[in-house]
Ligand binder design. Structure first.
Ligand code: UDP
Length: 386
């Protein structure tokens, strides 16, 4: 191996760093990944039968308000004008999400104006007026009042996290806007869209450079293959984007993650839900949501099968060591443990930790790219620039 930089993990953090290192420092980069494909959890593939782009690790929707990130990603792909909208089936009725005036008026069988709805929610959230909401439960009640919280968030969150909402950070629910108008865009960002030729084509273009070499299907901790931790640490700068606790052989204990199982259902009809994502916030449905991939790409209708569709139901459970980690649980105990791991990182020569797994962070794609660009500027470029 003749690399100036080794990147462990071909997700968006690793790919961004590799791209920057090759372009800005002329570095030769070796990327390794344990999986047989690049892209991390943003990887997608085409489904032949339906013509749908299946997001192999669950729905990925790109959105950002960060100008630098938007400019950067547009170097490698254009984006469709897809706008994410989600619906929620509660008590046998379909409601729009995120909670907006349409949700509120349908739920209360009313015709409130924005001002009236705001007053109603304030009254229903009154039990927590003036309290600083430190956890998901209190934040949820403050945002939408108890009746809507119980209908749309309480059991969904129970299924998604299996953790008392009082132990979860308020930031999880802050991801969702609440609006006192009929705007039901899921995200509040300036830019939004899906990569025109799919996620995988986008990410392949990021590393289309003869200085970047990718080795797939190898485990950094497997000493029987040459690109392993013992052989490389201290000899070449390393960007590590795998689970931080695994790097240290779980020496301080395990950080808790949620994983997701998918159940595929195929229908002999062109469109089953009429939307890409249907959430199931009630306790009697075991899955959290159903994803109908064709509906992410209405601009590809002509290439899709008009008579068939594919849906993935999403089930959340706690991740064991052999499962794919998706969501950091982030209770106070987890956050304390992560801080202890961070202290161990300081003793690792030339290893920089990044990405969702490497920093135990509930990052979206744009946040991962931003953190990779920043890490490259501040810490990686000085390390490898000749
Ligand atoms: N959430 C909920 N009901 C919903 C949608 C979201 O209770 O119908 C809560 C839940 O706790 C979830 C969080 O809001 O984990 C964030 O939701 P988001 O859709 O942003 O999650 P992701 O798409 O990352 O899984």
């Amino acid at each position: 191996m003749n690399a100036d930089l080794v990147v462990v993990g071909a997700g968006l953090f690793g790919l961004t760093v590799a791209q920057q290192a090759a372009e800005r420092a002329g570095a030769r980069v070796e990327i390794i990944d344990i999986r047989p494909h690049i892209g991390g959890n943003a990887y997608s593939r085409m489904d032949e039968e339906t013509g749908a782009e299946i997001h192999q690790y669950g729905a990925h929707l790109f959105h950002t308000s960060n100008e630098r990130v938007w400019e950067y990603v547009n170097r490698f792909t254009s984006f469709t004008n897809y706008v994410h909208r989600v619906y929620s089936t509660h008590a046998d009725e379909v409601f729009p999400l995120p909670v907006n005036l349409g949700t509120i008026n349908q739920f209360f069988r009313a015709h409130y104006t924005p001002k009236e709805a705001q007053a109603l929610i304030a009254e229903q959230a009154g039990e927590l007026a003036g309290v600083e909401a430190k956890n998901l439960n209190d934040k949820g009640i403050q945002l939408v009042g108890r009746p809507l919280y119980e209908a749309f968030f309480k059991y969904y969150t129970g299924k998604q996290w299996q953790t008392d909402p009082a132990d979860l950070p308020a930031s999880i629910i802050n991801r969702l806007p609440v609006r006192f108008n009929y705007d039901n865009r899921y995200f509040k960002d300036k830019y939004e869209g899906l990569p025109t030729d799919g996620y995988t084509a986008w990410m392949e273009r990021m590393i289309d450079d003869p200085k970047i070499h990718v080795t797939l299907g190898v485990d950094f901790f497997d000493e029987s293959q040459p690109l392993n931790k013992a052989a490389l640490v201290g000899k070449v700068p390393i960007i590590y984007t795998g689970p931080v606790d695994r790097y240290f052989d779980y020496a301080l204990g395990e950080l808790k993650w949620r994983t997701v199982d998918f159940e595929e259902v195929r229908y002999e009809e062109g469109d089953h839900y009429g939307c890409p994502v249907m959430n199931y916030p009630d306790a009697d449905v075991p899955y959290t949501r159903a994803i109908e991939f064709k509906n992410f790409n209405p601009e590809r209708r002509e290439q899709q099968n008009p008579d068939k569709t594919v849906v993935w139901r999403e089930y959340s459970r706690s991740a064991g060591r052999d499962d794919e980690p998706y969501y950091p649980v982030n209770t106070q105990d987890d956050r304390d443990l992560y801080q202890q791991y961070k202290q161990l990182e300081d003793k690792e020569p030339g290893v920089i930790f990044g990405g969702r797994l490497g920093t135990y962070a509930y990052y979206d794609m744009h946040q991962v790219i931003n953190s990779a660009l920043t890490a490259y500027d501040k810490r990686i470029h000085p390390l490898i620039a000749k």
